[in-house]
Design a protein around this ligand. Structure first.
Ligand SMILES: Cc1cc2nc3c(=O)[nH]c(=O)nc-3n(C[C@H](O)[C@H](O)[C@H](O)COP(=O)(O)OP(=O)(O)OC[C@H]3O[C@@H](n4cnc5c(N)ncnc54)[C@H](O)[C@@H]3O)c2cc1C
Length: 381
């Protein structure tokens, strides 16, 4: 159920203040340290950010998708690593449990996820399995009430801090997605090892690492849904996750436009602010138009999702358009700042690198295109 307008407006105002006053001043530090300060993570816990999407009965705020998208847009206005600190708990790390968990599983885990006492990760990708995610090779072999889980998961966000993994593993002989099941795997089970975090292009402060499972004894009680449900669960999780990422892209684009406009109005060349040169104005106009279009698509899709509509196509379209859009907006922002756009003292250079990821994870742009085409052909319009 949606929050009343007053409560939601107060939440947005609080988030906006938190982003502007607490997070933005720390952006350069997060980049340099490749870490979000623990004190900030504590403040996020106190604000209830880890439980945005989790029902109030489990201690979360129970936001609708429309509300969550608005919050995600606000977090887009700063370094994406801040959102990632709580993003897996709100999205891909918890939603398998929310969608397919039993009452008992929810009772055990959701309150701790909502409070941020534990961190969750979503483990689908493997060294040889990326876009073709139905082909997971990680195996879970059942023996009585225990599965033995073995395999390697790759590029797992927040693996370095995670206490609980949602792991997709093959349980049946059937090829493709139908042989895949989903499991809740606590990090402290014997046989779980976390790799060294990867060095990467951007989004410093948000870590990814391999997760290795060597004959890990996972209780039957930790399986999400029935055997063979895992791939379907993962895809449902990603439907929601894609919309959330699209909303973040809108926020980053709005931030980049604000930065570019501020620079263009103060920087003077040929005797006037560069904002008065029409070729600069064209870049601003293109960025603004595209950001508005992405915002409208994201919020419209969120409303439809809240109404219970099938939004597989629209979520993919929102992720595809918004992530490509923010790439173009970041490129234009660098151009508007000229040499300064290429220099690390200005946030634009950092955001330019940060946004590249949005076109790759939770399904690449090519995978979104395939989904959009498949669903359009299915609908016939
Ligand atoms: C920073 C980061 C964080 C991540 N976090 C997570 C996480 O938390 N959990 C998780 O499970 N995974 C995570 N991932 C993995 C991410 O989802 C995958 O990298 C992504 O899905 C692409 O898979 P791949 O890297 O194996 O590329 P590949 O699938 O090998 O694709 C390579 C290229 O081929 C293209 N391609 C593939 N198939 C087709 C096709 N049928 N038609 C046309 N083109 C195609 C792709 O679009 C891409 O351009 C993360 C990745 C990164 C970099």
């Amino acid at each position: 159920m949606a929050l009343d307008t007053e409560t939601f407006d107060a939440l947005i105002a609080t988030v906006r203040r938190f982003v502007a006053d607490r997070l933005r001043p720390l952006e350069a530090q997060v980049e340099a340290d490749d870490a979000v300060p623990e004190a900030i993570v504590d403040e996020m816990r106190a604000l209830g950010l880890f439980g945005l999407s989790i029902a109030p009965e489990y201690g979360g705020l129970g936001l609708t998708m429309s509300e969550e998208a608005r919050v995600a847009i606000e977090f887009g206005r700063t370094t994406p690593a801040f959102r990632s600190a709580f993003g897996t708990n709100v999205g891909i790390g918890s939603q398998g449990l929310v969608i397919a968990g039993s009452a008992e599983q929810k009772e055990v885990w959701l309150p701790k996820i909502a409070s941020g006492d534990i961190i969750t990760s979503f483990a689908l990708t493997e060294p040889d399995v990326g876009s073709d995610s139905g082909s997971v090779a990680t195996r879970a072999i059942r023996n009585g009430d225990v599965y033995r889980l073995s395999g390697t998961k790759r590029y797992i966000t927040n693996a370095d801090r995670a206490d609980l993994f949602t792991v997709m593993a093959r349980t049946g002989e059937e090829k493709g997605g139908r042989g895949v099941s989903a499991f809740l795997v606590p990090r402290d089970l014997p046989g779980v090892t976390i790799g060294t975090p990867e060095k990467k292009m951007g989004q410093k402060g948000a870590k990814v690492a391999d997760v290795m499972f060597d004959e890990v004894p996972v209780p039957l009680a930790n399986r999400l849904g029935a055997e063979g449900d895992g791939f379907r669960i993962a895809m449902q999780v990603l439907d929601r996750g894609r919309l959330h990422i699209a909303a973040v892209c809108v926020g980053v684009a709005e931030r980049l436009i604000a930065d570019a406009v501020a620079y263009a109005t103060s920087r003077r060349q040929f005797g006037k602010p560069i904002a008065e040169h029409q070729l600069i104005q064209a870049m601003i106009a293109d960025s603004k138009t595209e950001a508005l279009a992405a915002r409208a698509l994201v919020l419209d899709t969120a409303v439809r999702k809240d109404a219970g509509d099938d939004v597989i196509l629209e979520s993919a379209a929102a992720k595809y358009f918004a992530s490509e859009m923010v790439g173009r907006v970041a490129d234009r922002a660098v151009q508007i700042l000229g040499g300064a756009g290429y220099i690390a003292d200005y946030g634009v250079e950092r955001l330019y690198r940060d946004v590249r990821l949005f076109r790759i994870y939770e399904g690449t742009s090519q995978i979104q295109q395939l989904i959009i085409a498949r669903e359009t052909l299915k609908r016939g319009e």
